[in-house]
Design a protein around this ligand. Structure first.
Ligand code: SF4
Ligand code: FES
Length: 364
């Protein structure tokens, strides 16, 4: 096997706790309870190890990472070690004081999520009354403090009509970047797929809106656009390839190649502190299972894109075909594609069911 390069980034899931209950949350259905969360010292040790092995970015995420009172310490340690820090937040627990403290400790970027452009849909989709108003306030404060801001607009069939207003809202906040991300179908998103997946026509309309706005707002705001996998011809290069660029650590300290890897049966995840993080990255069974190309079946094995998309997403292959070792079935070359797309498109054209909101009901 070629030399294993160190990861570029660490996704630090500090806590699965979150005041919001979004029905498309990518957290697992079985959430980590607060009592299982790692201590401050455990996380500081992880940050030191990550920096030592060459990680350049830490994305503090959750659940809601600001629920941890020790976030400032973690940001400060990463900053001292020269690691870029990004806070991925719903914003509803933040106020000016806390943001100023985080900025003072070196926080470099905030990614703030919105569920809709208006209060009614925003609060309904997030499952948190008053959440939208709090988000509006904190988005402005982030700009006033001078922190670079990305707005993360998660789109689906129940808020697609608000896309233009979401774009205006992001411009109004002075956001540097807008991520228009159609829901990806993992975790709670997969469970609620029938309530979320747009039709092809809705998706094409959204794409036209984003393309026009991207042109109009050149030099003002950068757009990232993530389409639902189910309408792509080729799969995305999930995580930039398994065990190639990203490391994910759960609130209780399991070290994983991606946020959904725990859905894969018979895969053992090692615990932070059980041996050096670099050893886990290089030598653990979980990181090596789908690393590189030698695990690939046909049609990936002989495909000229095998080192571009790395066979797509393992967790999606599992969720849709029952085997994580299959070609991602959203790929045109997959023998499973037609059956799956027919099913999904049927769902998107039917009336949508009620959301099943994220909850700790199934937590360990
Ligand atoms: Fe990617 Fe495999 Fe499809 Fe080729 S066959 S495009 S490597 S998923
Ligand atoms: Fe696990 Fe894509 S989410 S490989």
């Amino acid at each position: 096997m070629n030399k294993i390069e160190p990861p570029l980034a660490l996704l630090a899931e500090l806590s699965h706790r979150c005041p919001l209950r979004c029905p498309y949350c990518s957290n697992p259905l079985k959430l980590d309870a607060a009592s299982r969360e790692m201590s401050t010292q455990d996380w500081l040790d992880v940050i030191e190890e990550a920096a030592g092995m060459g990680v350049l970015q830490i994305h503090f995420s959750g659940g809601e990472p600001t629920i941890r009172k020790d976030l400032e310490e973690m940001v400060g340690r990463a900053e001292d070690l020269g690691v870029y820090t990004n806070l991925i937040t719903s914003g509803v627990l933040l106020d000016r004081d806390r943001l100023e403290r985080l900025a003072k400790r070196g926080l470099q970027h905030v990614q703030l999520s919105f569920q809709g452009a208006g209060m009614a849909n925003g609060d309904r989709i997030g499952g948190f009354k008053g959440g939208h108003a709090k988000k509006l306030k904190i988005a402005r404060t982030i700009g006033e403090i001078g922190l670079p801001l990305t707005i993360n607009a998660v789109m689906h069939r129940q808020n697609m009509s608000e896309l233009e207003s979401m774009i205006e809202m992001a411009v109004d906040f002075g956001a540097n970047r807008l991520e228009v991300a159609h829901v990806q179908y993992y975790g709670w998103g997969l469970r609620n797929r029938a309530a979320l997946l747009p039709t092809r026509i809705q998706l094409d309309e959204a794409t036209a809106i984003v393309e026009a706005a991207r042109e109009r707002l050149k030099g003002v705001m950068v757009f990232d656009y993530v389409v639902p996998d189910y309408y792509a011809r080729r799969p995305k290069s999930c995580m930039g390839g398994w065990g190639r660029q990203f490391l994910n650590i759960t609130p209780s300290g399991r070290v994983m190649p991606c946020h959904a890897a725990e859905t894969i049966p018979n895969m053992k995840f090692e615990q932070t502190g059980s041996r050096p993080l670099l050893d886990i990255w290089r030598h653990s069974e979980a990181f090596n299972r789908f690393r590189g190309t030698s695990w690939m079946p046909e049609p990936c094995r002989s495909c000229d894109r095998r080192e571009i998309d790395w066979g797509g997403c393992r967790c999606q292959a599992l969720a849709l075909t029952g085997d994580a070792g299959n070609t991602d079935p959203v790929c045109e070359k997959s023998p499973e594609r037609e059956r799956i797309l027919e099913l999904a498109h049927g769902e998107s054209a039917a009336d949508f069911p009620e959301f099943e909101y994220r909850s700790f009901g199934e937590s360990a």
